[in-house]
Design a binder for this molecule. Structure first.
Ligand SMILES: [Zn+2]
Length: 182
């Protein structure tokens, strides 16, 4: 289901970065690697943004929040069918809005609500690189699974209109989009 595992991204160019997705729970190597990068590069995580509620994207939040970035805000889009109760109490969620910009030095991310895989799924465009962080909406290899095909197809055509040059998926390798930029 997750190909080689879940991709997470530290976004921005300054000291304060945005962490996109957090991997699965109980992966100490990931937490150790993240800690090492933060120390070596003198970085802080200002915001943790979650593409959707699935465990392989949100599982690491508690550990990251408690050990590496206790002041980070945790952001995601609100689920439609059920409360967002997968995070331990004590971690407050800042709910994202469709079209909202999330900024840090060197990065302007725009939230695009793209339901289908889940009701709360978002992708994010990175204006500086004409790039798209696609979460589980588009994978680096193979086809994504979905809860709702109609919503999913609508979200895909919305992504087509964004014409990204490069796609950073939630799983699998980075995709260079030759369709719009041959
Ligand atoms: Zn997923």
């Amino acid at each position: 289901m997750t190909l080689q595992g879940t991709n997470t991204y530290l976004i921005g160019t300054g000291r304060k970065r945005i962490l996109l997705d957090t991997g699965e729970k109980n992966v100490p190597q990931y937490i150790a690697n993240l800690k090492k990068v933060l120390l070596e590069e003198q970085l802080e995580i200002g915001k943790i943004v979650l593409t959707h509620w699935h465990g392989d994207h949100v599982g690491g939040v508690e550990e990251i929040f408690n050990n590496l970035s206790p002041t980070a805000s945790v952001c995601k889009y609100r689920r439609k069918e059920k409360a967002d109760d997968f995070l331990p109490s004590g971690i407050h969620i800042d709910y994202l809005n469709d079209g909202e910009d999330i900024t840090t030095e060197g990065a302007t991310l725009r939230v695009v609500h793209t339901p289908g895989h889940t009701t709360d799924h978002v992708v994010l465009t990175l204006a500086e690189e004409n790039a798209l962080f696609s979460g589980d909406c588009i994978l680096g290899e193979g086809t994504a699974v979905f809860e709702d095909l109609h919503d999913y197809m609508k979200s895909l055509s919305q992504i087509l209109e964004l014409k990204p040059k490069v796609i950073y998926p939630g799983h699998g390798p980075v995709v260079e989009v030759k369709l719009f930029h041959p």
